[in-house]
Ligand binder design. Sequence first.
Ligand code: ZN
Length: 309
Amino acid sequence: MIKAINGLHHVTSMASDAKENNAFFTNVLGLRRVKKTVNFDAPDVYHLYYGNELGDAGTVMTYFPFPHIAAGQAGTGEVGTTAFSVPTDSLAYWEKRLNNAAVHGIERSNLFGQERLDFSGPDGDGFALVETDGDERTPWTGNGVSEDVAIRGFHSASMRLRDEGASAELLKFMGYEVFDTSKGVSRFAMPNGNGADFIDLEILPNAQSARQGAGSVHHIAFAVEDREAQLAVRSALLDTGYEVTPVIDRDYFWAIYFRTPGGVLFEVATNEPGFVRDEDSASLGADLKLPTQHEHLRSELEKHLSPLS
Ligand code: ZN
């Protein structure tokens, strides 16, 4: 069994409009944009990262805004809901704030004894805020959401699957423990994790397969401390029969990817070197940062990429 994974690292999704996406995560949810860069494989598309002050692992929601991309169609084989952790008794504040921002799909419920508020992102993305006792992570408060209510980081990601068998086994192999089952959802928890500790499996035997598009989660990444731990995880996955990519340098972390039996793309990413690698902490996310191989395209890209505000 793998012991080096300590929770979620980031969640990466697709959007249809960069400006709208940026406004939603910064102005409405109050997260900090910690990096403005471009897609490694399509440098004319932004890659935007939102998180806490330094974009610590377990707090970072990232987006590829592809202009004019078709809307995704929800279904199995994907991450359905990405949930953020907020303090106890903060949901009344959030319900009002989201309503004022004309956010769709707002719905209160309780799952595994925790109060939650589900809502949709600008492209119909599935999100929730979950009240969590004693989440010690320091939130970003620079965008007008005060510390007593601000988002701490991820709470969980929920995968929609036809059946849970192989995915449940994989999570256990990755170090997760069975937590509980309620309302058709099986929850797995990472012991001694980074705070972004839960994975939910939602079993929908008769649902159609998801079609990826705007509002769909592209992949979820799990955190390991450093490259050495990542190599150990990679060998363990290869030994178990998973097809894992070589280690890829993503500038702010190193990444490996593999497809899970339920169809969801998983990544394992390092906590090093982090987002302060090429910008100081005070101005994180302000300037357009380009991967070295795309630096020669800067003047063209600056003209082509739409302004975020
Ligand atoms: Zn990723």
